[in-house]
Write a protein that binds this ligand. Structure first.
Ligand code: ATP
Length: 219
């Protein structure tokens, strides 16, 4: 599903921050992505999200070499990938329901076709009572659950998360990762970047550890 071959990345004329990355990630797996601050976790997620191109090597997603895809094909592939950010990135003027429905609205789908699905998903993440609330009145954990719902409403095959628990307390962090684990059980491939040791220790998922541009896998 995901294959990196000799992937390297540098920003501008700077040093190579990712070097010779070679790995495969199978469908339906859950990996933590960890490593010190500045080791390149966000950059690696951007390569996976196709928002950044490697400066060398090959990124293969869903069996296709992504370097050979045109803009349309990239956008098409991008629809199979969801992302959750640390800072939620909800739109302030939209309700919980509208924020989660936004990816479908952007695709031009009529509300009648997704109303029930969005409502059901929000109930599943525990926001059934907050459909009409604006982000300003949601707690950090509620915002993050809304952001997770928005990331998965389009049923992505791959879900990426960049420090999704960075803004919530430890108890809530565990609950959020349990939510990701539930999604994984239903078949979504998950890569979750975190540097929170208690979280890494609380779940049995393998770790991809970035350090000085290189990656190692550990159970
Ligand atoms: N747009 C950019 N232009 C130039 N350098 C960048 C850019 N984005 C990131 N970098 C550099 O690349 C390196 C890796 O950054 P990245 O954000 O991927 O690391 P990270 O592991 O996610 O860090 P953190 O845990 O602190 O969020 C850092 O040295 C950073 O300064």
């Amino acid at each position: 599903m995901i294959e990196f071959s000799n992937v390297g990345l540098r920003y501008g004329q700077g040093p190579e921050i990712l070097r010779d990355l070679n790995f495969r990630i199978e469908p339906g797996t859950f990996h933590f992505l960890t490593g010190p601050s500045g080791s390149g976790k966000t950059s690696l997620l951007k390569l996976l999200l196709l928002s950044l191109r490697p400066t060398r090597g090959r990124v293969t997603l869903f069996g296709k070499d992504t370097s050979s895809l045109d803009q349309d094909a990239l956008l098409q592939m991008r629809r199979h990938i969801g992302i959750v950010f640390q800072e939620f990135r909800l739109l302030d003027h939209l309700t919980t329901f509208e924020n989660v429905a936004l990816p479908l609205r952007v695709l031009g789908e009529p509300e009648a076709s997704y109303r029930a699905n969005v409502t059901e998903l929000l109930e599943w993440v525990g926001l059934g009572q907050r459909l009409d609330a604006l982000p300003a009145v949601l707690s950090g954990g509620e915002k993050q659950r809304a952001a997770i719902a928005r990331a998965v409403i389009g049923r992505p095959d791959i879900l990426l998360a960049d420090e999704p628990t960075g803004n919530v307390d430890p108890e809530l962090s565990l609950r959020l990762v349990r939510l990701f684990a539930e999604l994984n059980k239903m078949g979504t491939t998950i890569i979750l970047a975190t540097h929170e040791l208690p979280l890494l220790d609380a779940f049995p998922f393998p770790r991809m550890i970035l350090n000085e541009g290189e990656i190692v896998f550990a159970d």
